[in-house]
Design a protein around this ligand. Structure first.
Ligand SMILES: Nc1nc2c(ncn2[C@@H]2O[C@H](COP(=O)(O)OP(=O)(O)OP(=O)(O)O)[C@@H](O)[C@H]2O)c(=O)[nH]1
Ligand SMILES: [Mg+2]
Length: 460
């Protein structure tokens, strides 16, 4: 057993304390389910009514959890009360997409299992620190390894291919009419950045779930709205001389990397102990082969740090601290329970490379299919004499439960059923009614197993 690090053994009054801290990173592309996951996790820890697979609870050693002042006073607080009010209010709805960073600390009180720890103190405290942020920002990470020329070439190539070619037409039209070697003019730079930003917004709105949107602050600027640092866009061709438009944009790209990306990751990611990576595999299936291919590419890029352990990239970014990583396919309540193993198998294949690299680094890795908020029930119906396993829930925009057959999850991300372009149709469900009346915490699928993997050893 690994004994968690102890922050301090004695407090100022020389009383013995057993208090440790664990920072869990909740990572994921946009709309992966980070905010709902953090909300459920906190609500369930505070109420402890639905955590049968969390050992400290099932063994009766858990005492209580409480929200505490967060460790970094300059970071906005994660609005757990606001998100809970949205999900459990009289008109249940999903929280808004996240616009900036939010942090929260939950203190967990428990009776240690180990005789050694119990001898020191019968009751111990684990502070759980969690950070939530807009998923768009995650995709800035790979920029750190790219030059402006490399990033420009990749981005232009992608923008010229369907389904992005139509969305990027105005920006590419503008590019065709400018000369990157010409003397830099602020007005020209602003126009290019504005058209490129419009293209990114169009990708975000596209119904094929386009995940690859870079740089993240162009669409979710946080506190950087209108900053000159955001006034650049990819340019064709190679580097040009000093004073050129190319040189201006290259400088701004590098400044963005240093002042925005490096800072964000050093302040928040480098200090993590544990990591959960949430992936909306079902959303990508829903978006058809183009959406799945786009998400695969975005995942490959954002998981790249995990594949370069030996080169020191992993160490630089994450320190050597992260010793457990969980990949979770979210929103598993969209499919009937018997398909969960299949969803997990598909996730396994999607993250296979990253998983091996993390194992190689000596950290533990697992995968799971979870739902942060269970909005459906699995039901069996008959159709043409065949039994179909379906889900029943209330789709967004309706007020009555509907029974849906979500289809079978394919073995492989490429193995879409032949025929239709978009063979899956997972409808968005509304959060269930009357959640506020349930004292046990938000209903979920396997969030307790996720917690056991992420925190279980810290609560022994
Ligand atoms: N049915 C179901 N839908 C979910 C679940 N979790 C999230 N969703 C859906 O996914 C959407 C996105 O969830 P969020 O938690 O806001 O995602 P996020 O990763 O925080 O997204 P950004 O803040 O935009 O990066 C929600 O609005 C819901 O429609 C779940 O457990 N079950
Ligand atoms: Mg969010």
């Amino acid at each position: 057993m690994r004994i968690p690090p102890l922050n301090s053994l004695y407090d100022t009054g020389s009383r013995l304390l057993l208090e440790s801290t664990v920072r869990v990173g909740v990572t994921g592309l946009r709309r992966a389910g980070k905010t709902v996951f953090v909300t459920t996790l906190v609500d369930n820890l505070l109420k402890a009514g639905r955590l049968p697979f969390l050992d400290v609870v099932s063994s009766g050693r858990f005492q209580a959890a409480r929200l505490q002042p967060q460790p970094d006073p300059d970071v906005p607080r994660f609005d757990v009360e606001g998100h809970l009010a949205a999900l459990t209010g009289p008109d249940p709805h999903w929280p808004e997409p996240t616009r900036g960073i939010g942090q929260l600390r939950v203190a967990l009180r428990y009776r240690p299992e180990s005789a050694l720890k119990r001898a020191l103190q019968p009751v111990a405290t684990l502070n759980l620190d969690i950070v939530d942020y807009p998923g768009e920002w995650l995709l800035d990470l790979p920029l750190l390894r790219q030059s402006f020329a490399e990033w420009s070439a990749l981005t232009l190539e992608l923008a010229a291919r369907p389904p992005r070619d139509e969305l990027s037409a105005s920006w590419r039209g503008w590019l065709a009419g400018i000369e990157p070697a010409a003397a830099a003019e602020e007005e020209v730079a602003r126009r290019g950045a504005a058209l490129y930003t419009d293209y990114l917004h169009a990708c975000r709105r596209a119904d094929t779930l386009l995940s690859l949107i870079q740089p993240g602050r162009f669409v979710e600027p946080g506190d950087m709205k209108d900053a000159p640092l955001l006034t650049f866009c990819p340019l064709p061709g190679g580097p040009r001389g000093r004073g050129s438009l190319w040189a201006l944009m290259d400088d701004r790209f590098e400044a963005y990397k240093t002042n925005v990306v490096r800072r964000f990751f050093a302040e928040h990611f480098a200090r993590l102990d544990r990591q959960i990576v949430l992936i909306d595999v079902l959303g990508a299936l829903n978006a058809g082969p183009a959406g799945m291919a786009d998400m695969k590419r975005a995942l490959e890029l954002s998981l790249e740090p995990f594949r370069h352990g030996a080169s020191g990239w992993f160490d630089w970014l994450f320190g050597t601290k992260i010793d457990r990583v969980l990949f979770a396919a979210t929103k598993a309540d969209h499919i009937a329970a018997h398909q969960h193993a299949q969803l997990r198998a598909l996730l396994d294949r999607l993250v296979a490379d990253a998983r091996n690299a993390i194992r190689f680094e000596g950290a533990q890795v697992d995968t799971m299919a979870i739902a942060a908020l269970k909005c459906t029930e699995s039901v069996v119906t008959e159709h043409d004499g065949r039994q179909l396993r379906c889900v029943r829930g209330v789709p967004v925009g309706r007020d009555r439960p509907t029974v849906l057959f979500p289809g079978e999850i394919p073995e492989d991300a490429e193995a879409f059923p032949p025929g239709r372009e978009r063979p899956y149709n997972f409808m968005a469900f509304r959060p269930p009614d009357d959640l506020a009346r349930d004292p046990r915490g938000l209903p979920h699928i396997r969030v307790d197993q996720a917690l056991q993997f992420l925190l279980g050893d810290h609560l022994q």
